[in-house]
Design a protein around this ligand. Sequence first.
Ligand code: ATP
Ligand code: MN
Ligand code: MN
Length: 372
Amino acid sequence: PTEGSPLTPVATVSRYACQRRTTLENHNKKFTDAFEVLAESYEFNNMEGPCLAFRRATSVLKSLPWAVRCLGATQDLPCLGQHTKKVIEEVLQCGRSFEVEKLLSDERYQTFKLFTSVFGVGPKTAEKWFCRGLRSFSDILTDHSIHLNRMQQSGFLHHGDISRAVSAAEARSLRSVIDGAVHCVTPAATVALTGGFHRGKEFGHDVDFIVTTPELGEEESLLPNVIDELKEQGILLYCNYQASTFDMRKLPNHHFEAMDHFAKCFLILRLESSQVEGGLHCAEGDIRGWRAVRVDLVSPPVDRYPFALLGWTGSRQFERDLRRFARVERGMLLDNHALYDKKKKEFLAASTEKDIFAHLGLEYMEPWQRNA
Ligand code: ATP
Ligand code: MN
Ligand code: MN
């Protein structure tokens, strides 16, 4: 049959996000927004299976270049189970899902959502506080039996600013701040934007950078020196530095949720309004003249750079599926450090992201196509 004739099979949608080009253009937002609430709620209740099922379904719908207009249209799509289809049907018929509406007004869901919006507070801590009967920030801050760690203290202190989205203009300004600090301490070092902004997002919850040195081993002192420099500039509001625990003798850990072993730091920086084209995205900050922003820096040894870049560019769902694809379909182990072939019992070398896609037998995808 000629192209476009009714006999041409519609290209099948892959079960793996790493085989679906997913841009930021989401034609199915009303469904994926509903799924995201359900996934979150399952996450809050420690139900990993259903949580992942809704995240996968979200990712499949995000990849479609068309909007779902009837349930029949989802027939040949992967990763959509009974529950997801019921939600789609409800949204199609009523414009909303009652299950989602019930969750949105549920006290447990609302409280977890509020508590986990604080930097340093995950579902476990939220659960502990909820079970103690705490429901608001003032409940927590006035309860003297609650111990807040340093990260959570900063999280509360800067909550107003860091719960507001970071704009692309703010990310660009932070890039010159980081560039300046890095080159001041190590002129030969390189800085690359990664995370959501590298995928072309207009807004993010933080800004992520990979910094490294052309000389292997020189990266070891890089982050501590950059942190000192930011401190000297008077813009370091919070810093959690984790030294490298990287060991090349270990096999890659395909469990995505495990953190990588590179030296990294989770920061809160002070960003001056005058340094941002068109001003700050945060109105209160604009009046004050500055705002607090979350910044992540990771510094892999230069020979691990392509793996680190691939791992930190995300999205999270893209990364999960990349690892699952490597293991299930190729018998390989992939993480942020390396790619290991289990049959050949050897590590596969790469000097670019493209090399890694090629080893996996995957078509290369640009960062802006990884918004799974
Ligand atoms: P957002 O706009 O919300 O920041 P994002 O995609 O940039 O979206 P991040 O949470 O900043 O999300 O994470 C960016 C990438 O970095 C993710 O793909 C994730 O895999 C990776 N990442 C984040 N934290 C760690 C960590 N501690 N160890 C390893 N990888 C991490
Ligand atoms: Mn990010
Ligand atoms: Mn981040």
